[in-house]
Design a protein around this ligand. Structure first.
Ligand code: GDP
Length: 599
């Protein structure tokens, strides 16, 4: 066919659109609404259902958008919506080191405003430099809203009362303010002149279809204006795409659902697909598209097609696909040199590969894209990674994690993956922490908290084994026993006086050990320590009152030099203020004599 292809080789492909946003903000409903409207507007068969994506051709965009889209103004063929919303599929779908989606819709519920996954989606859009618009969804829930099904926003807004308009304005400005807090200059879409510089906010209802014409018009306009060049492809060239999902399919074995973003794939093509280990070289057995609804009762849900051109979603049945990975590149070989194509696929995989260190945490994720997003987030949080792989958490991951020197790194962070039961048991015996989540930054936060807990526990144990600073005074007329041991009443001026510590007195500059605390009693009860301000009686083994110590003497807990150093350098934030004060006074006294004491 390549010799007889008479098509214009350069042609404009459909921009690929992804929908992101917080859970329950209406991503699925919005996609359903757009698909539904497209089906209603289109003649039977005019909207093509792809695998994993829905193509809405320009004429249907135009009939939904009415006056807002004049087909004469456009030469892009329409919009291709990725059916699986959410930033997970967005990060999976990559192309040549960037995001596969050309443009994104960030859905924000006007009542609920910015939420964790909204922020995460913004972060991903920022990193991938993907242009996006914000669909401020659920405007129909503003109390008193007057519904105008499928109406452009301007008309329906005009038909609302002042109060309803005011309420909606408030909610929209809140969203614009939130965007600006995140560093995106934004405005209502009709005020935006340059969509490359400003984010347009489109008020919509996925329920009533209000604002959907505007949404489609803005996306069409934005793509036409700023992306036309990127949409130029060689339709007759060998296809290039990304694996969306690897799936077992009855009658076909392992298949890959791919999104093709360049060229054409044919039923007799040879392919190179990114795999867990080496690139997979295989031959297409069948190209499959969903069978139209009317024919669904036939033996298979799919029908075979001879060729598909970008942009498109298609299922490919081929041998050897067991190791194929979601997010991996796919390239048609056709008349090119096989080795070159294998190298290209290898290079793309290496590009996605995460930099690892000698020591660090183990990271698992379900796709290459999400693995990379995890790695980015961990790099920001300054968490080193020792191993990063696609797949569920398995026993060998536990083995790797358990060898970390630092207990804080004996950890596996799993994004969107399962923990195999054997791994779970091993983790318990090997004392490896497993954290899993479906929101990346929550996962990082959970890990941060864990690290903090460990650090706190480590400091607590250090504190337990260290002599605490204390300054205290023997009270006048409080000698209960002269010696063996001397028992006197004292008041702690600062710090924590512990049992069994040695006691020193500074006579002039020189510290002089006078004895050791051999018991503390507070109101007749034995206690282990006395805090700042406490009056207690202490037994001091060693001195005799009148010889060695006197009433009204100022005494100190003797702090070994090593302890003083740890206290000053590592624990200053951990000990109470009065104790730090006692430490500093003690250090001053010591350093008067020896400026390097405890340093
Ligand atoms: P997703 O998790 O972001 O895909 O959210 P869904 O599309 O599943 O929507 C979550 C809930 O919000 C569902 O109960 C929807 O019916 C509802 N919903 C979505 N969009 C709208 C809207 O524009 N108006 C109203 N009233 N409800 C909506």
């Amino acid at each position: 066919m390549s010799d007889t292809d008479t098509r214009d080789p350069t042609s404009l492909r459909t921009p690929i659109v992804a929908v992101l946003g917080h859970v329950d903000h209406g991503k699925t409903s919005l996609l359903d609404k757009i698909r539904g409207s497209a089906v209603i507007e289109g003649e039977a068969g005019a909207i093509t259902q792809h695998i994993g994506a829905t193509a809405v051709p320009l004429d249907i965009v135009s009939s939904i958008a009415g006056d807002l889209v004049d087909p004469e103004d456009f030469d892009l063929p329409g919009l291709l919506f990725i059916d699986t919303p959410g930033h997970h599929s967005f990060t999976t779908l990559r192309s040549r080191g960037g995001a596969l989606a050309d443009i994104a819709i960030l859905v924000v519920d006007v009542n609920d405003g910015f939420q964790p996954q909204t922020l995460e989606a913004l972060d991903i859009l920022r990193r991938s430099e993907t242009p996006f618009i914000v669909a401020a969804n659920k405007i129909d829930t503003v109390p008193g809203w007057n519904e105008n099904e499928d109406s452009p926003i301007n008309a329906t807004y005009e038909s609302q009362t002042d109060r309803v308009q005011g309420r909606l304005d408030e909610q929209l400005y809140e969203i614009i303010g939130n965007l600006s807090d995140e560093g995106f200059s934004a405005d209502l879409y009709w005020r935006v002149q340059n969509f490359q510089r400003n984010v347009g906010v489109v008020p919509v209802s996925a329920m009533t279809g209000e604002g959907v014409p505007d949404l489609l018009a803005v996306m069409m306009g934005l793509s036409q204006r700023y992306m036309k060049e990127e949409m130029e492809i060689d339709v007759t060239g060998p296809g290039v795409g990304t694996v969306l999902e690897v799936k077992e399919e009855k009658g076909f074995g392992k298949t890959v659902d791919i999104v093709l973003y360049d060229g054409t794939i044919r039923a007799d093509d040879q392919l190179v697909v990114g795999g867990q280990n080496d690139p997979i070289v295989t031959d297409v057995r069948a190209l499959l598209q969903p069978r139209p609804l009317a024919e669904i009762r036939t033996e298979s849900r799919f029908e075979k097609v001879d060729e598909v051109s970008a942009a498109a979603g298609i299922k490919v049945a081929a041998p050897e696909l067991d190791d194929a990975m979601a997010g991996a590149p796919v390239r048609v070989v056709r008349d090119r040199n096989l080795e070159d194509v294998v190298h290209e696929v290898q290079a793309e995989l290496a590009d996605i590969a995460v930099d690892t260190e000698e020591q660090g945490v183990v990271v698992k994720a379900d796709t290459l894209g999400s693995l990379e997003a995890m790695a980015d987030a961990l790099e920001d949080a300054e968490v080193p990674i020792v191993r990063a792989e696609v797949g569920d958490i398995a026993p060998r991951d536990i083995s790797v994690a358990s060898t970390a020197d630092d207990p804080k790194q004996q950890v596996i962070l799993g994004f969107n993956v399962d923990v195999l039961s054997e791994a779970e048991t091993r983790a318990e015996t090997d004392d490896v922490g497993i954290f899993t989540d479906e929101v990346i930054y929550q996962l990082v936060e959970e890990y941060d908290e864990y690290v903090e807990e460990i650090e706190q526990a480590q400091q607590d144990t250090i504190l337990e084994n260290i002599t605490r600073p204390a300054r205290f005074r023997i009270l006048p007329d409080h000698t209960f026993r002269q010696n063996d041991p001397a028992v006197v009443g004292v008041e702690v001026d600062a710090g924590t006086l512990q049992n069994n510590t040695n006691v020193v007195k500074f006579d002039g500059a020189k510290p002089e050990r006078v004895g050791q605390i051999k018991g503390i009693q507070e109101q007749g009860e034995d206690v282990d320590e006395a805090r700042n301000g406490d009056r207690v009686s202490v037994a001091i083994d060693g001195p005799t009152v009148g010889r060695g110590i006197e009433e009204s003497d100022r005494l100190w807990a003797e702090i070994p030099e090593k302890h003083a150093k740890i206290l000053e350098q590592e624990l200053a934030d951990e000990i109470p203020g009065d104790e730090l004060e006692a430490l500093n006074m003690y250090l001053d006294k010591q350093r008067n004599r020896d400026p390097f004491w405890g340093k």
